[in-house]
Design a binder for this molecule. Sequence first.
Ligand code: ADP
Length: 287
Amino acid sequence: MSAIVIDGRVVARASRDKTAERVREFVRVNGFAPGLATILVGGDPASEVYVRNKRTAAAEAGFVDFHRHLEATASERDVERTIVELAADDTVAGILLQLPLPDGLDRSALIECIPPTKDVDGLTTLSQGRLARGTVGLRPCTPSGIIEMLDFAGIDIAGTNAVVVGRSELVGHPAAELLLRRGATVTISHSQTRDLRSVTSRADILVAAAGIPGLIGAGHVKPGAAVIDVGIHRTENGLVGDVLPEVAEVAGWVTPVPGGVGPMTIATLLSNTIWAAELSIAGGASI
Ligand code: ADP
């Protein structure tokens, strides 16, 4: 058996086209284009690539580019001032602080400087609380992208057993929350899980977000399961995920690396940004 490959580039393209249409409509009605602010601190090469890709996609969708690049030596106060200045600009719809930050900067404190109405990465305490409660709010991009891919593939989430490998604030934990909200019975496994294989092999939907290359092999996967690979690792043999290629022989659906979850993260960032812009015009309604 060979799994169906859920092509993130195709799903992302459709989502980005829809967002671009909403941006055009926003400009037509309001007479200005909404902005996306990206803040990069330091020169981490992977982060530079991610930020560049986000800016290019945002510009293509019609957003105004507000980019701030701070030196690795920037103080927490410098970063805070940058966020506050962007937050005060009514034309900036969304603010994204690229992670990880250089050592010595308090990531949680800086994230809290982003107003929840502009928190397009869904990482502030308020956004996370709204996610946990299931009330309206901006959701983290990668987990939202995962749900969109499952929907695109026609996978009915309600009633399934879903296992999320990893409990990070950015991916694992919010992905589990979203799956729970959609009616899955959710298990979160993590670095202290004793027998990973016995947990993952019960999953109808398996989200691999541990950040360990090749952690999930064919023996971890229930035949016919949907396996979403969130990992991305640079190796001598190119980019690889947390999931081994052999999984495609067992699973019903897999996502490629690259070209899976990555493009979806950008697409959902853009849909979050246009939503934030629409809400701000509506007086910041509900968030
Ligand atoms: P990301 O931002 O991609 O989610 P992190 O490095 O922040 O990545 O988080 C990795 C997560 O993976 C942690 O929650 C950790 O507990 C989990 N993890 C690490 N090793 C294992 C393992 N062997 N089995 C299951 N989960 C693991």
